[in-house]
Write a protein that binds this ligand. Structure first.
Ligand code: FNR
Length: 356
């Protein structure tokens, strides 16, 4: 990759504006979560971070029954997606190596399975940072920018390249970094998780720091003759909350992680639906229909917010009475004990033959 070569133009029709997006989440952001999020109002959905070496060398296979596209290595599923989410799907790459990033993006865009590709520069977990990836990329801006340029060169023109970062400890350093990223000309959108690398998820996101960053990117992008929306991530729990955060930060789009992990109907502007009455049974139906790996189904369902207060059936379109604590606990035990999707279906009284 010759870094002096001009950056190819992008012809993607995605604007990344005026939307609410599902954040990238390892293990959680699999097909059922993404399809449920889209059904309930997410405008775009990010897949889980997958590192360059994992996707390189994968074989692409389409399941003729479910339509699911699988990227497999030694019979292990590394990534899966479905043609119906293609216009809204962002593949997130973990990389700290422009050559490997180039190869990885070639693989994932070879058959036009995704609408955009994103570089993870925010993950503080050792599995990402140990190789200089994730949030460690924030302290190697030249490498970060070269990796984005390699991704732009590898992706077909109609596939957008985007980047997700965290805040740096000082506002000055953050603006300096953002400036470099935008000046690459390689990205169509920048997501900022409004926490620093050392902040824990329970600490409130520093949303007040975003407006200045948004203003800087808007001005710089205008000078470059383009639009590069900034997306706000961090403590945006649902669509009901999003307008307040947009007003506070100056963004037009927001991104939700833990809110969607707890309840993928959080994207509904009218408010979330009940987990036990609506979302959990739907999760099982989607998993059955898509043949989702059972381990993943159980993991994701265990993160859903089965709170008594959310068991109220008013939104469910049913006349069922809200479940009491005992019924909810029985449901959770049923999920924990199920070893197959068929057993999960029994817990929710779902007729498997009607779903498959
Ligand atoms: C994450 N996050 C994350 N970020 C990223 O860029 N790539 C990833 O693969 C993951 N994986 C992941 C898994 C899980 C279970 C969680 C909860 C989070 C971080 C996530 O995208 C987001 O930046 C933060 O969670 C902040 O957003 P919320 O949770 O405050 O909405």
């Amino acid at each position: 990759v010759d870094d002096l070569d001009p950056i190819p133009a992008c012809t993607s029709t995605l604007t990344f504006q005026n939307g609410i997006f599902l954040a990238p989440m390892v293990r959680i952001g699999t097909l059922p979560t993404r399809l449920l999020s889209l059904e309930y109002g997410a405008d775009l959905v990010w897949g889980p971070e997958i590192v360059d070496r994992a996707i390189i060398g994968c074989e692409r296979k389409v399941n003729p029954t479910t339509g699911v596209v699988e990227y497999l290595k030694e019979h292990k599923q590394i990534f899966s997606c479905h043609p119906i989410e293609r216009p809204y799907l962002v593949y997130q790459l973990g990389s700290a190596n422009p050559d490997l990033a180039y190869q990885a993006i070639k693989i994932i865009t070879q058959a036009d399975d995704v609408a955009a590709v994103d570089l993870n520069c925010g993950c503080p977990k050792p599995f990402s940072t140990h190789a200089g990836m994730g949030a460690n990329m924030l302290s190697t801006p030249v490498l970060l920018c070269n990796t984005l340029k390699a991704m732009r060169r590898a992706a077909p023109p109609h596939v957008a390249v985007t980047c997700k970062i965290r805040l740096l400890p000082t506002q000055e350093a953050t603006i300096e970094l953002v400036d470099k990223i935008v000046r690459t000309g390689a990205i169509e959108c920048l997501t900022v998780h409004c926490r620093t690398k050392d902040m824990r998820p329970r600490e409130p996101a520093l949303l007040h720091r975003l407006r200045e960053i948004v203003d800087h990117v808007n001005t710089l992008a205008a000078e470059m003759g383009r639009t590069i929306p900034v997306v706000c991530n961090g403590d945006v729990w649902d669509a009901v909350n999003a307008p307040r955060i947009k007003e506070l930060t100056g963004v037009t789009s927001t991104m939700v992680a833990r809110g969607a992990e707890a309840n993928p109907s959080c994207f509904r502007p009218q408010g979330s639906l009940s987990i036990p009455d609506v979302i959990a049974p739907k999760w099982v139906r989607y998993s059955l229909a898509l043949n989702n790996p059972i381990g993943n189904t159980k993991y994701c369902m265990a993160q859903l917010a089965f709170k008594p207060a959310e068991s109220v059936a008013k939104d469910a379109g049913t006349k069922a009475k809200p479940m009491n604590k005992k019924q909810l606990s029985a449901l959770r035990t049923g999920i924990a004990q199920a070893k197959t999707h068929e057993e999960l279906a029994t817990v929710f009284k779902i007729d498997v033959d009607q779903v498959r």
